[in-house]
Design a protein around this ligand. Sequence first.
Ligand code: PLP
Length: 424
Amino acid sequence: MVKEFQSSLADARKMDELDDLSEYRTRYHIPVQKNGEPIIYLCGNSLGLQPKSTKENVLQELTDWENLGVEGHFHAKNPWMPYHEFLTKAMAKVVGAQPNEVIVMNTLTVNLHLMLVSFYRPQGKRVKILIESDAFPSDKYAVQSQLRFHGYDPQECLIEFTPRPGESCLRNEDIKEVIEREGSTIALILLGNTNYYTGQFFDIKQISIWGHEQGCMVGFDCAHGAGNVPLNLHDSGCDFAVWCNYKYLNSGPGGMGGAFINERHLNSEGIPRLEGWWGHNKETRFKMRDAFDPIPTAEAWQLSNPPILSMVSAWSALKLFDEVGMERLRRKSIALTAYLENLVKSLGEEVINIITPADPEQRGSQLSIQVKNAKKDLFNTITSEGVIADWREPEVIRVAPVPMYNSFEDVFRFYDILKKAVSE
Ligand SMILES: *Cc1c(COP(=O)(O)O)cnc(C)c1O
């Protein structure tokens, strides 16, 4: 049965008035439609919007480079030499880690490979990698290529968590069962901590425990988790995690990635690493000595000196997360997504089916809405009405009202447009 749920634009506006984060919307550039109205931007899970502070901060670095040249490494307003350190604390807070466990560097898939070098250590009959059957394609390519790199056949050595027939999300008891059954041959478990397609948010602590009981390494791709859900990476006990900053974290197209390495693996003899000069002891980095002397934190995994023009956008955006805090964002996110869920469900089960879990503990901002028998035309219609969302064949619309800059009014307007489109 579908719950009766009635709401109006006036109700949505009332909720925005009561929302203590509504002011943050004004700190971002919201794209506008041809008619001058703001776009209903529900795609922050794909590319987050630009903070208004970013341009000025980027210009600061360009100006310092203009005026100082190489001297900017020490004398820029924000010296480039230790630049990555400016981001670490705020980044660690977002993902629930200790600052020594976190590094903002490279991009996501690059970081995933670097972590696989360290944490995929096949030995004896423990050689397999376990991932989700609907893992993000890049993650799948990364693990397949690592398997081949180590001389294994992905056909045999890549095993997958698959939902039950007719279901889209994975059940906890099934995850446990696969890990217990296959554990002795699994070297590494890699899961998207929040699945990009279904929006399912996994219990990463529980999965880490199950994996470790079987002697497996456990890592998470938090591309859809960072800045969206409470991650508590340190407390989860997982071995490593990677993410990008351009989805919920608004660092701009192709923006910086991040990595988490559990404290117990820092400075650990058994964990090899690909190395470069920016991972070397800062005191002696420029002495160009022979032996690599790793920084005793996640910084040891840094290869190159960081791209300042990309780092500055990530930093600008992180400052806003630091100001608001994940707890407040999460509180609003739960309310905003519940509002969207109630509105969409009122369209009726004959018309829509939400494949994202109904339990707020098992999801973040995103809802993946299956519109039964819909064609891409339907999506084109809502796009022409000013909605930016994401279409996945065969008939799923992914929408993510993000608490940082989306309003209850955005959610209501989306629903109103969808309702008209499905009734046509
Ligand atoms: C967005 C996303 C990526 C993208 O990888 P890039 O290296 O940033 O291009 C990879 N994996 C997942 C799970 C994603 O959601």
